[in-house]
Design a protein around this ligand. Structure first.
Ligand SMILES: Cc1cc2nc3c(=O)[nH]c(=O)nc-3n(C[C@H](O)[C@H](O)[C@H](O)COP(=O)(O)O)c2cc1C
Length: 184
């Protein structure tokens, strides 16, 4: 699938078919996380693939979102912020979150390309997830991804207009000075 298609077709899915995805495909998708940019090339992410239904139920409860429990697989993405924090102090904390986001986007696009669906779940009681998955204290849970095949017709949201978010040279300036005629 072309990147453009994967970007534009991706959407959050909260209803899954009963059909179980192949764990190999999911791991292939998770592999894309390794290619994300990392500040100072310090890789901070740890990935947990969960297929134990009891654990998935506990994760769903920690998220207070029952649709999570309907997935046959859940990927939990964590970060170890120690090195970036030591190296870059406060900025390091920001970098850890930014690189998690970049890595997550790789995962989302690869899942889309593999016809698998998910929803980035960021609302959860972190301690409950940590306890269930034996995640050490110093590791932070970034997000939870229930994975499956979409049930029903895809519902796509209208996306924000470019006009509302694009400025030129200075914040809020909506006009590009002396725009060059494009030769297209
Ligand atoms: C950081 C983050 C946290 C999110 N947390 C949740 C969540 O806890 N539960 C949920 O149902 N969706 C969650 N979402 C999904 C958003 O609701 C969804 O991306 C948004 O409505 C746009 O829809 P789309 O993904 O279909 O484009 C989260 C998304 C992001 C990026």
């Amino acid at each position: 699938m072309e990147l453009d298609k994967a970007i534009k077709n991706r959407h959050s899915v909260r209803k899954f078919k009963d059909k179980k995805p192949s764990w190999k495909t999911i791991i292939e998708c998770m592999d894309s996380i390794r290619y994300a940019p990392m500040a100072g090339n310090n890789f901070t992410l740890k990935l947990i693939l969960v297929d134990d239904s009891k654990k998935i139920n506990t994760i769903a409860k920690a998220c207070q979102q029952s649709f999570v429990s309907k997935a046959k697989y859940v990927v939990v993405i964590c970060s170890d912020p120690s090195r970036p924090k030591n190296l870059y102090e406060q900025r390091g904390e920001i970098y850890v979150r930014q690189q998690a986001g970049a890595a997550i986007q790789n995962l989302l696009h690869k899942l889309e390309e593999s016809n698998l669906s998910t929803c980035c779940v960021g609302h959860f009681v972190e301690d409950q997830i940590k306890r269930e998955l034996k995640i050490p204290n110093k590791i932070q849970v970034e997000a939870v991804f229930p994975i499956g095949y979409e049930y029903g017709e895809p519902k796509r949201k209208t996306k924000i207009d470019m006009d509302r978010i694009l400025y030129f040279n200075t914040y809020k300036n909506k006009k590009m000075k002396n725009p060059k005629k494009l030769n297209v």
